[in-house]
Design a protein around this ligand. Sequence first.
Ligand SMILES: NC(=O)c1ccc[n+]([C@@H]2O[C@H](COP(=O)([O-])OP(=O)(O)OC[C@H]3O[C@@H](n4cnc5c(N)ncnc54)[C@H](OP(=O)(O)O)[C@@H]3O)[C@@H](O)[C@H]2O)c1
Length: 269
Amino acid sequence: MDVAVIGGTGVLGGLVARTLLEGGDQVRLVSRSAPAAGSAAAALVAAGAGHHVADLRSGDGLAAALGGADAVVDAVNDPRGAKQVMVEGGGRLLAAEAAAGVGHHVAVSIVGIEQVPLAYYTAKLAQERVVTDGPVPWSLLRATQFHQLLDQAFAAAARLRLLPGGAAQVQPIDPAIVAARLADAVHAGPCGRLPQLGGPRVQTLGELAREWRAARGRRLPVVPLPWPPRLGRALRGGSLTAPDAAVEGPAFAQWLAQPPADVAESVLR
Ligand SMILES: NC(=O)c1ccc[n+]([C@@H]2O[C@H](COP(=O)([O-])OP(=O)(O)OC[C@H]3O[C@@H](n4cnc5c(N)ncnc54)[C@H](OP(=O)(O)O)[C@@H]3O)[C@@H](O)[C@H]2O)c1
């Protein structure tokens, strides 16, 4: 199949593109910037993926990026511009897909977003509605937080000499597992809502922070975050988790101990 991966230079999009390429599909990455030299996305291009520049905020470049594609995987992310890029831009993307005759739109969202009062999650819910009410047959997968997200959040906090902890419940997952499920969805064709995916263990943020600290050899205090009351209740109550959807795979500490996957080696062999 010929698949356009929007946000194909990002964490999830890159893994979806790699999985599809390894399976013999034709893949084009779509993003605002060309892959940086030495990046995982550059390795994907070296392995045969195409790259198109397009911007969901304006719609520029979308028609050229989508021509001839059988399916689109939308792995775009912009937490600061979520409404403009993921909701309004999602609408622009679907209109461009319909005009290009794309037969399947594969979307990814997040477990529990209707229960957690955060602006980003409100935008993700609106993005889901744009897909489910949209003009292109669709599949939609909800997943829990990625290991990379926690790794990046702890690394950013460590620069402030502390780590966020407390009793918020999280069930982080290896995004490679999410990517594999999305690639399967591409091949299965439009399925509507797919069974959601969660990481192998539900843990508190404090527990995950201590695991990160041990793995990275850092001596930093773990400090409970002062969430606003409604948000704190939702997070402590496990709204972002889905224990029934737990998959096998590396838990956070195991994932931290793994060397990063060598994209060039796995795709170029
Ligand atoms: N991270 C998590 O824990 C998690 C968990 C569950 C679901 N998800 C969902 O998974 C998806 C991907 O997340 P991610 O963390 O993998 O994202 P990411 O690594 O931040 O990658 C974002 C991608 O979007 C592209 N992009 C951003 N703005 C764009 C625009 N205006 N037009 C075109 N491309 C644009 C970026 O490239 P350029 O900047 O070059 O354009 C990049 O390729 C999101 O829908 C997210 O909600 C994430």
